[in-house]
Design a protein around this ligand. Structure first.
Ligand SMILES: C[S@@+](CC[C@H](N)C(=O)[O-])C[C@H]1O[C@@H](n2cnc3c(N)ncnc32)[C@H](O)[C@@H]1O
Length: 278
């Protein structure tokens, strides 16, 4: 970008960038999520975060609006929620204005759950709840979940999120996987015909992460989801930038299951997630 254009861009204010009719009402939230500095300003870091958040919101908005059209009170479960920034943003920009729909954040760290509860109370976000629990054993009041999101849930916590989504028959699943060690570890002792693909540790880590996400996508397709894999942000922002977006459209998909079986045969490793394949 030319220097002058970049300078002008840096002068954009949050009022111009934040897609809300009343951006000033979002200031407390944006400060709490460190998208604005304590003085209410944007700096290079917060601009980057804002860009990521808006891009993600744009990607998830159509699914969430479809759920709002289908159901009176759709429930979004944000698993491995951390500070629950995703839930807060989607509530602020979509569910709040709609006046319907709930967000439940599931997070194993009590202090993050407490902080999110306090912020939701301060903001008057009455349809947000928080559950302090590992994803694998989380129980949500009412038991209904329409959409599952898991952003950068560490290693196999993403697989726990997939199991949770399948158990609750979620219509939409949005995953941005994080660091992944399980498959790379399994590949270490795997000496099949393709072993040159993972001989060196760095390539094993990358190939392991890639195969893990391919397997996740095929598992979801086998369960009747239509799967789209897309970039969350430019590589300059994050290396963990793959968004797997799955929407339920049929009961199962035998062809996807066959493809998954064939891939597993070729690679020769069986990650624990395959337990959902029965
Ligand atoms: C890297 S942070 C991402 C937080 C948030 N989703 C985000 O994108 O900002 C991962 C979070 O998942 C939580 N977490 C990891 N494994 C979990 C599990 N099995 N059950 C529940 N929470 C988990 C961690 O405590 C941490 O807060």
């Amino acid at each position: 970008m030319p220097h002058t254009a970049r300078k002008n861009k840096e002068k954009d204010t949050i009022a111009e960038l934040w897609p809300s009719a009343q951006p000033e009402k979002s200031i407390i939230l944006l400060k709490a999520l460190h998208i604005l500095t304590r003085d209410g300003a944007l700096n290079a870091d917060s601009r980057r975060k804002l860009k990521q958040v808006l891009h993600l919101t744009q990607l998830l908005r159509p699914s969430l609006e479809a759920l709002l059209a289908e159901s009176r009170e759709p429930v979004l479960a944000d698993l491995g929620a951390g500070k629950s920034y995703l839930g807060f943003i989607l509530y602020e920009l979509i569910l709040g204005p709609a006046g319907r729909g709930r967000v439940v954040g599931v997070e194993v760290r009590d202090e993050l759950v407490d902080a999110s509860r306090s912020l939701a109370t301060e903001l008057g976000f009455g349809r947000m709840d928080f559950v302090s629990s590992p994803i694998a054993t989380a129980n949500l009041a009412g038991g209904k979940v329409d959409m599952v999101a898991a952003l950068h849930a560490c290693d196999t916590a993403t697989d726990d999120a997939i199991r949770f989504a399948l158990r609750h028959d979620a219509k939409t699943i949005a995953l941005v996987p994080c660091c992944q060690a399980e498959v790379a570890q399994l590949l270490k002792t795997q000496d099949g015909p393709l072993h040159q693909l993972w001989r060196h540790p760095i390539q094993r880590r990358e190939f392991g992460a890639h195969i893990t996400n391919v397997i996740r996508g095929l598992v979801l397709e086998s369960h009747g989801y239509k799967v789209r894999v897309t970039e969350l942000t430019g590589l300059e922002h994050s290396l963990k930038n793959e968004l797997i977006l799955a929407e339920r459209h049929q009961l199962g998909n035998a062809q996807a299951k066959q493809e998954l079986d064939r891939l597993i045969d070729q690679i020769g490793v069986r990650p624990a997630l395959l337990d959902v394949m029965g």
